[in-house]
Design a protein around this ligand. Structure first.
Ligand code: LRH
Ligand code: MN
Length: 397
């Protein structure tokens, strides 16, 4: 393959590549066994936007910040003006709006699938409020993760909860503005450990279809049983025009929320391949929403976020090197090894020099991680936030 082709393929791919970063990726998070606080962690929405602005300055690829309603807009619509001001100041727009239906005491037995009609109604109010916040902020996506489920067989009616869940998603969909998309995220378990009401892509697809035409499925790469063929799910959702977006992260065991490409970078390459194949067969089809959903418990949060974006760009660039025409001919000719070598060969390519060149041609640092270190940004915010974070120290139990 001529060098020129690699270069133009990589540049064209990166020109259209943007990935949304999660506000919660900058805050102190942990596991049920503890939270290790970091002096530099963001303690408020202003600091989350500031950090997102720095990541966008260094990478040029993160123009939007995902917001979790109760964490980032505790006063709901009344906080919209603040968010808009921060977006203007930092050059990072408000991205997907993520309702919180998993922390209120009333939601112990569920939110939209709770046997209590009163509690379901309360949950629906929060979902519709989240849609209104999205409208006020001009966010394209309202991204729903519903933690609802049960821990013991027989303790809840799986069947009746389907109807309650569908009804709530319908009402939420009907509140959407034209052009807004409702993303339905599935997860097989945690925090529920017997059944989860929206547990896999089939359930999410049926719920999305039942809700309405502006509802799509969100694939969180950490929300699959071991050995699930995630790229096959992605291929199916593309075929069904039901793929709305991704939450990218990595995992060795369960929903570990580790940094993208840290455990299985080939997994993300195989997913990106399906996305880019879609673009070759239907060039006018819209790209799904690319979002990061990670909790940085051990790595420095700014470092982890910049590393993740750089890794995502590199894996997307590798996938852009696949010669789809040649591959299709070899696949359909059942020339297995040659096909595999074309496919995997792209993954083996070291695209970092080309990605560095793309960055420099766009006035961006060739190596954003090195630029972050050289900027002294982390040292600056550590000094500014140390006391606040120390004050916030709390144990889980
Ligand atoms: C649930 C999830 C969901 C978010 C949360 C932070 O595991 O993936 O997308 O709301 O993480
Ligand atoms: Mn997620």
């Amino acid at each position: 393959m001529s060098i020129e082709t690699n270069r133009s393929r990589v540049f064209r791919a990166l020109d259209s590549f943007a990935i949304e970063i999660p506000s919660w990726g900058f805050a102190n998070t942990g596991t049920r066994f503890g939270k290790f606080q970091q002096d530099a962690a963001a303690t408020c929405i202003e600091e989350k936007f500031a950090d997102a602005g720095e990541v966008h300055r260094l990478t040029g690829a993160t123009p939007t910040l995902a917001l979790h309603v109760l964490w980032d807009l505790p006063n709901g619509l009344a906080d919209v003006a603040t968010i808009k001001k921060l977006a203007d100041e930092t050059g990072v727009r408000a991205g997907s709006i993520n309702p919180n239906l998993f922390q209120d005491q009333e939601y112990k037995f569920g939110s939209i699938a709770n046997p209590s009609a009163e509690i379901r109604a309360k949950a629906i109010v929060h979902l519709v409020d989240s849609v209104e916040i999205g409208k006020a902020l001009g966010s394209a996506e309202v991204s729903l993760w519903i933690a609802d489920g049960s821990n013991y067989p027989g303790s809840q009616s799986i069947r009746r909860r389907i109807g309650w869940t569908q009804e709530a998603l319908k009402q939420t969909h009907n509140a959407l503005a034209p052009g807004q998309t409702m993303l339905v995220e599935y997860k097989p378990f945690e925090p529920a450990f017997y059944h989860t009401d929206i547990a896999d892509w089939g359930m999410a697809l049926e719920f999305a279809r039942g809700a309405g035409p502006q509802a799509k499925v969100l694939v969180d790469t950490g929300h699959h049983y071991q050995s699930t063929n995630i790229e096959q799910i992605v291929a199916w959702l593309l075929e069904l025009k039901a793929l709305g977006g991704f939450h990218f992260n990595d995992r060795k065991y369960a929903d570990d929320d580790l940094t993208l490409g840290s455990i299985d970078p080939y997994q993300i390459f195989r997913i990106f391949h399906e996305i880019q194949y879609q673009q070759t067969i239907q060039p006018d089809s819209a790209l799904p929403a690319f979002m990061i959903d990670q909790s940085h418990n051990m790595k420095g949060k700014m470092e982890a976020m910049v590393q993740t974006v750089a890794t995502a760009q590199e894996l997307y660039a590798k996938a852009a090197l696949v010669d789809h025409e040649r591959l299709a001919a070899l696949q359909d000719g059942c020339r297995l090894v040659e096909a595999e070598e074309v496919f995997r060969g792209a993954f083996w390519e070291d695209v970092r020099p080309l990605v560095r060149a793309w960055r420099e041609e766009h006035g961006l640092p060739g190596d954003p991680l090195a630029a972050l270190r050289a900027s002294g940004y982390v040292e600056k915010i550590s000094g500014e936030r140390k006391a606040k974070n120390a004050a916030g120290l709390s144990s889980y139990a």
